[in-house]
Design a protein around this ligand. Structure first.
Ligand code: HEM
Length: 490
């Protein structure tokens, strides 16, 4: 190499080192977030956030970070994880000043109708109004017979299984997926009947896993999408808007071709179409894609957590069985248990809240952009444009809110009226504000019916050494719910 070339190479390296040095000094001493604590690497590179999102235990990583650094932690140069109660309330209160952050654009892709991924609050609010009724409490009675049919076939199938212990978690997931088919298209997918998911759960999990990290690398995502015609699809996250969209579209078409008086979400959305033609077929298909994509793993995680905790703590199980017995004696117990009956069981409701508090199905930060004018978090001023978010897993364990026993499974806390208001304000399993989960009544319907119905029909015992294995990728997945189930006389 000639001297001149050598000199040029050194000059380039020196320049790069100076730029990196200036950037690092800026992030550490002059950035508006410079005073907010966090891991060294997180202050200078977004790869730290992507890394913890990808390794599958972000909920526990974030909890550890908050234990070490306090109520606000800088987890990327421009991103803060927050568990300060006042700031939490400000970010997620009803109203829509805090828009969803850039990470959601990866989720949305090119979908024109996407409640979960839509960042523009005005468009979101118009879209949500169109479909809200179909998911409201009023719809629950209308949809309940669909849930009954899947629940009855689940109980019958479980009664027939001789090999013990049973992977109850898997059967619960089959139930949750079939129920989404039943309430959406009046047609369960037939997974409970066959006892097999045709590997669709793995496909869903891969897509969620991928979304979990790629959403923090939106540039990489955009480059991939551009190159896709040449390099093919390398991202399972794209399944959401392709494979699952096609699945939903096919089911809508099949449902349209069948005759009958259907009581399902599609029929309610057809009525919306008549009144509002702008809600076209593609929009309807995208909405149904969300049902298929977001409606089953979430419910199944919650159910797995409920059964695991109930079976792990026999005194809670026994207390719930006493409630069941008293309802039976009062003649207030149907088979399957009805939604209205379940709503009137205080201890059952307490268990549902408590288990989903400890194991929220979504434990990621729900990222939001700080609006113009900024905000104060803990003792720090945070300017507009910074991304802030809270993880349900972490805020649900904050002793300041839940007391010194925050980590304990204690359903009784939900029966203490004096704390009820605070607990409900910080209960974050279904998100918050204008972006609260639209499907929460549906999942509460499923959970409220399935838990007491199974307890009524089976004696259950956790298999020796059964422990939940956690994996996080957009959602929290819980494996390992092995249970001995003995049919009871009903
Ligand atoms: C236990 C079960 C469920 C849990 C824990 C859950 C959790 C959540 C959470 C935390 C959000 C807020 C996400 C964010 O702010 O980024 C959300 C939004 C959403 N969920 Fe659920 N979900 C559940 C069941 C369902 C079901 C059954 C459906 C559909 C049938 C559904 C559809 C949606 C939709 C469409 C949104 C976006 C709402 C909006 O932004 O307007 N979810 N869910």
């Amino acid at each position: 190499m000639e001297l001149k070339q050598l000199f040029e190479a050194y000059a380039i390296i020196a320049l790069a080192a100076i730029i990196a040095g200036v950037y690092t000094v800026y992030q550490f001493f002059f950035s508006p977030l410079a005073r907010i604590p966090g891991p060294f690497i997180a202050k200078i590179s977004p790869t730290y956030y992507t890394f913890i999102a990808k390794r599958g235990r972000i909920h526990r990583d974030l909890a550890n970070l908050h234990r070490k650094y306090g109520k606000a932690v800088r987890i990327a140069p421009n991103v803060l994880s927050v568990i300060d109660p006042t700031a939490f309330r400000e970010i997620y209160k009803a109203g829509n000043r805090f828009w969803k952050a850039e990470s959601y654009s990866v989720l949305q892709g090119s979908r024109p109708f996407d409640l979960a991924g839509q960042r523009n609050e005005k468009i979101h609010s118009e879209q949500r109004k169109l479909v809200a009724r179909a998911y409201s409490m009023d719809s629950i009675t209308y949809l309940e017979p669909q849930v009954n049919s899947v629940l009855v076939s689940l109980v019958n199938r479980l009664r027939g299984i001789r090999a013990q212990p049973i992977d109850l978690g898997y059967w619960i997931q089959l139930f949750a997926f079939d129920t989404i088919g039943a309430i959406s298209f009046s047609k369960p997918f037939g997974y409970v009947e066959s006892g097999d998911d045709e590997r669709i759960f793995l496909r869903l999990r891969k897509a969620f896993r991928c979304i979990g990290w790629i959403k923090h690398s939106s540039t990489l995502f955009k480059v991939h999408q551009r190159l896709m015609p040449y390099i093919g699809n390398w991202l399972a996250s794209n399944d959401r808007n392709t494979y699952f969209f096609e699945l939903a579209s096919k089911e809508i078409q099949a449902r349209t071709n069948r005759d009958g008086d259907f009581k399902d979400i599609v029929s309610q959305l057809f009525s919306v179409q008549k009144a509002k033609p702008e809600f076209n077929d593609t929009n309807l298909a995208f909405m149904m894609t969300t049902n298929v994509f977001a409606g089953s793993d979430t419910t199944s995680t919650s159910l797995r957590a409920i059964f695991y905790l109930l079976l792990k703590y026999p005194e809670k199980y026994n207390r719930l069985m006493e409630e069941l017995e008293s309802k039976r004696q009062a003649g207030e117990l149907s088979n399957p248990v009805t939604f209205n009956e379940a709503e009137a069981w205080p201890y059952l409701q307490a268990i549902m809240y408590e288990a989903t508090r400890l194991y929220p199905a979504v434990c990621d930060l729900l990222d939001r952009d700080v609006p113009e004018g900024g905000m104060t978090i803990d003792r720090y001023y945070v300017p507009g444009g910074v991304v802030v978010g809270t993880s349900a897993w972490v805020i649900h364990r904050a002793q300041e809110i839940w007391g010194p026993d925050a980590e304990e499974f204690r359903p009784e806390r939900w029966l203490e009226k004096e704390n009820e208001g605070t607990m409900k304000r910080f209960f974050f399993s279904f998100g918050g504000g204008s972006r609260t989960c639209i499907g929460r009544h549906i999942s509460w319907l499923e959970i409220g019916k399935l838990v007491p119905t199974l307890l009524m029909c089976f004696d259950m015992r956790l298999a020796n050494g059964a422990e939940l294995k956690e994996e996080h990728g957009t959602l929290l997945f819980l494996d390992g719910l092995e249970v001995y189930m003995t049919p009871r006389e009903v």
